[in-house]
Design a protein around this ligand. Structure first.
Ligand code: FAD
Ligand code: NAG
Ligand code: NAG
Ligand code: NAG
Ligand code: NAG
Length: 488
């Protein structure tokens, strides 16, 4: 094949020995979508390789799916019968400390970025889970523990380099010829307008962080847990100082089996007296008498280790890759229209506690946790139409993440529980919006999913699709179409 000869990277075809490995999503936990059979996986080593792969798929009218970190929540980066354009080998990073920027190839993962920035004493906004791709993360929004002060991933992108559907490579930024593409890819960029080959991302001097966490037994005292959540919402969420941010989590402690509500707090004030100041700031939480609490100073690069106790529990649950039954994951998250009352917070607690399995016994059941991602500070400074990411005037994203073994019936049971929680139990206080980086097959039909992800920005995305990919060289189950009723 001429195409293959012209690539600097490699191609793995269906039927070749390496295929089973190449086809699989590179996730260490969720194996749920690995059954799909693309025709080939193209491992690209440059922007030219990506452009050649796009042109190849376009000419033959084959489905085309880009893949970076491989963590898509509905497996959109493996396409049945298609061409997986895999950029995971493109991991070059050029740090420009004096500009406060780093130039990244599209395959860079969080851990690559942390490692490259650390010698420069720099850090960047990123999320949890070291092997998530910066590509998928920023193309869909990008929430991180420093978002209250630094905004979202999309707010930290300076420019994108993109292989368009016609096979050309262009630079899209705020002011240039492709400003409309830049707008669309900051939030609507998954598999819609072109394939990202690289990006310029903001970086900042590494800070020391003070962390604090406090735990409550939610099952023993659901009312107290609701009070903690209300206190978080009313006294901290989207309130100054921006150096202080809080992340409530629910999970089951692996040693005691207790259903914990954990409040993770980070404080980026490095001045003298920061510890005394943090102690003062968390007094409203201490008044709610946590069963344990702890304070610690860490470098920002270790922020991703903050929730290790929780993540260890998931990893303990994971059978080694390749062992059957495999671990599967289903998550659902929707934005909450604030402010909630104490009774509504109690409804969140009770809903979480209703998980129908043995939460701390993986041998036949499942593991689940839930988290609350605040929409606050620098996120809400930006207008909802400034980028395609639209969810800037809601309270928080309420996310439930379930893990279970791939035995028959488990996925259906987990899905039914999630659908009941969001579709019924919690429906009265949801905003009707959902985060496109936590995409779900629950949102049907496609138009409803698109409205939930893009809201008032949807028609502008349809127009960008018409301009940049009218024949749908890139298309996916939840992709933006070039025409949509009501958008002309
Ligand atoms: C363990 C875990 C932790 C997470 N933590 C966070 C978090 O803290 N904050 C947060 O905001 N999100 C978080 N996420 C969600 C994550 O940001 C999204 O799932 C993201 O889309 C994954 O990107 P990826 O590159 O790893 O995945 P992929 O599966 O490679 O890509 C995701 C989507 O983007 C498309 N895509 C990939 N590469 C390109 C490209 N080069 N050009 C165009 N489209 C492309 C894919 O086709 C797919 O549709 C987390 C997910 C997991 C599994
Ligand atoms: C913005 O992109 C255009 C091409 O679209 C490019 O010519 C220009 O140099 C870029 N601007 C900056 C500041 O990089
Ligand atoms: C809280 O922080 C302490 C100290 O850093 C740590 O040992 C503990 O595991 C943390 N608890 C949770 C639930 O993450
Ligand atoms: C690919 O994924 C399937 C399904 O989860 C699994 O059974 C298989 O062992 C994986 N193969 C490799 C090589 O990772
Ligand atoms: C785990 O659950 C199974 C039933 O699914 C039960 O037989 C077993 O005793 C449980 N193990 C533990 C350690 O709780």
């Amino acid at each position: 094949m001429l195409f293959i000869n012209s690539l600097a990277g490699t191609v793995v075809l269906l039927g070749q020995p390496q295929y089973a490995h190449a086809r699989n999503l590179t996730q260490n936990v969720n194996m749920m979508y690995n059954y799909r059979q693309p025709l080939m996986v193209v491992y690209c080593s440059s922007g030219q390789d990506v452009a050649a792969a796009v042109a190849f798929a376009a000419q033959r009218r084959l489905p085309l799916c880009p893949r970076a970190g491989g963590h898509d929540s509905i497996g959109a980066s493996i396409c049945e019968g298609g061409v997986v354009v895999d950029v995971s080998g493109m991991t070059q990073i050029n740090v420009l400390p004096e500009r406060g920027e780093a130039v990244l190839e599209a395959g860079v993962r969080f851990s690559d970025l942390t490692a490259a920035l650390e010698p420069h004493g720099m850090a960047a906004l990123q999320g949890d889970c070291a092997d998530v791709g910066i590509a998928g993360y920023t193309l869909g929004g990008g929430w991180g523990k420093l978002s209250k002060s630094k905004g979202l991933g999309v707010d930290n992108v300076v420019s994108y380099t993109v292989a368009l559907a016609d096979g050309s490579l262009v630079v899209a930024n705020e002011t240039g010829e492709y400003a409309d593409l830049f707008w669309a890819m900051r939030g609507g960029g998954h598999q819609n307008f072109g394939v990202l080959t690289g990006l310029t991302y903001k970086v900042f001097p590494q800070v020391e962080v003070l962390t604090y966490n406090a735990t409550w037994d939610a099952a023993a005292s659901p009312r107290r847990a609701a009070e903690v959540l209300l206190t978080w919402q009313d006294r901290y969420l989207n309130k100054p100082p921006r150096a202080l941010s809080l992340y409530p989590h629910f999970y089951a402690d692996k040693s005691t089996g207790q259903q914990l509500l954990v409040m993770y707090v980070i404080y980026t004030n490095e001045g003298p007296g920061a510890e005394a100041e943090l102690k003062r700031l968390v007094r409203p939480l201490e008044k709610l008498r946590p069963q344990s609490s702890a304070m610690q100073r860490i470098p920002a690069a270790q922020l991703e280790d903050l929730m290790d106790a929780l993540e260890d529990t998931i990893h303990d649950a994971s059978p080694p890759i390749g062992v059957q039954p495999a671990l599967w994951e289903l998550k659902l998250g929707q934005y909450v229209a604030w402010r909630l009352t104490l009774e509504q917070m109690r409804g969140i607690v009770d809903g979480w506690l209703s998980w129908p399995a043995f939460p701390n016994n993986y041998s036949g059941s499942a593991f689940t946790y839930a988290y609350f991602e605040g929409v606050e500070g620098a996120i809400v400074d930006v207008e909802a139409d400034a980028t395609a990411y639209v969810h800037r005037s809601v309270g928080f994203d309420l996310v439930v993440d379930t893990f279970f073994l791939s035995e028959a019936g488990n996925a259906e049971a987990a899905q039914a529980w999630l659908d009941e929680l969001y579709g019924d139990h919690w429906a009265s206080f949801l905003s009707g919006q959902a985060y496109q980086n936590y995409a779900s097959d629950s949102y049907q039909p496609r138009r409803r999913a698109l409205e939930m992800y893009f809201g008032s920005n949807l028609c502008r995305l349809v127009a960008a699709k018409r301009k940049y990919d009218p024949t749908q060289v890139l298309s996916s189950e939840q992709g933006v179409p070039p025409q949509l009723a009501g958008c002309d």
